[in-house]
Design a protein around this ligand. Structure first.
Ligand SMILES: *Cc1c(COP(=O)(O)O)cnc(C)c1O
Length: 348
């Protein structure tokens, strides 16, 4: 690829369906999924359930809808749920877990590293049953990879201990696995190894895997049956969804290719560090960089033809399949040429 236009590293959601994916969409066998299921939807849901190691799965239009459906099923009004600091369900879903699912959110600190809560913290927050007027904590929300923590990976043993703690304290577990595929590739394990013990998991097809639309919400057969009802309630039942599911089927074949995005994120991190940037070493495809003046840095980046976003007070770059290695080399060239950090003297 050669690059002249701005290079877009704002998110892996900017990825566009390529020719192969569009051909699969055009050729998809379809039916009315609301009436009696669409065959391509069914195929995708079975494949996704299998990949995630869950009994069943449901296609949903977005990750946000997948999360809210899960929380609406798991929570009763007035229940309290726990999630890691800066979790997507706490920060980026407009408070829907509180106002639609009726759950009271509690943010837990991450003592084990970015995005990683300790089981002891979960145990302490879950508490024990008190008098009738006490809060009932009923759900633990996990996020892997953790977006705002810079695509941080929760390793298997930690996931296992968190789930065991949740069980021991009577909590259900919902896993926001929007980028579970990236976590699996980084750890070189199948995605199913990272969902063990979860009651539900939401995973995006529309991010690094390149589908234009869609997530899957997986769980037990009974959970998914109920999720299908709630999806309809929220207006998320689609008719000939097979056109979209066909893109999802192609996306699922591409999980292994995420390794290239991760390598590109490391290349970007190394290049920026050489230019004097303060960067965290990326574990997956998200790179956070601390800069003295965030607004100025983003403005100069845009001026140089590199698009990024602010996240947790830092610059967030996300590598993805639509910008290859040569594109990252070009990004580094542009940043060097523009000297984005010039005359920024605050704490570096
Ligand atoms: C993107 C994302 C979501 C929501 O997905 P949408 O399809 O954008 O609604 C949920 N959780 C995490 C961790 C995400 O990164």
């Amino acid at each position: 690829m050669t690059y002249s236009a701005p290079i877009d590293l704002r998110s892996d959601t900017v990825t566009k369906p390529d020719d192969r994916m569009r051909a699969a969409m055009a050729a998809a066998e379809v039916g009315d999924d609301v009436l009696d299921r669409d065959p391509t939807m069914r195929a995708l849901e079975e494949r996704a359930a299998d990949r995630l190691g869950m009994a069943a799965a449901l296609w949903v239009p977005s990750g946000t809808m997948g999360n809210i459906i899960a929380l609406m099923i798991h929570l009763r009004r007035g229940d309290r749920f726990l999630a890691a600091k800066d979790a997507h369900v706490l920060q980026n879903e407009l408070g829907a877990p509180a106002w639609l699912a009726g759950g009271m959110p509690t943010e837990l600190p991450c003592e084990l590293g970015p995005g990683r809560m300790s089981p002891e913290t979960v145990r302490a927050a879950a508490g024990t049953a008190g008098p009738y007027y006490s809060l009932r904590t009923s759900l633990l929300c996990l996020e892997n990879t953790h977006n705002a923590a810079g695509g941080a990976v929760v390793p298997i043993e930690e996931h296992t201990r968190l789930v065991a703690t949740a069980r021991a304290t009577g909590l259900r577990v919902h896993l926001d696995g929007a980028r579970i595929w990236n976590a699996a590739v980084a750890l070189e394990v199948p995605p199913a190894a990272l969902t063990v013990g979860a009651d539900s998991v939401q995973s995006c097809l529309s991010k690094g895997l390149g589908a234009p639309v869609g997530s899957v919400l997986a769980g037990s057969a009974e959970f998914v049956e109920e999720a299908r009802r709630v999806r309809k309630m929220l207006g998320g039942g689609v008719r000939q969804g097979g056109v979209l599911a066909a893109a999802g089927l192609v996306a699922l074949e591409r999980v292994g290719e995420l390794a290239e995005d991760h390598a590109n994120a490391r290349l970007l991190a190394d290049g920026l560090a050489e230019q004097g940037w303060l960067v965290q070493r990326p574990q997956t495809n998200i790179l956070l960089a601390g800069v003295p003046d965030l607004d100025l840095a983003l403005q100069r980046l845009a001026g140089a033809g590199v698009l990024a976003t602010p996240m947790a007070g830092q610059v967030r770059f996300v590598t993805h399949r639509d910008v290859d290695r040569a594109g990252i080399v070009e990004v580094l060239r542009r940043i060097e040429k523009e000297d984005v950090l010039r005359n920024q003297t605050a704490a570096r």
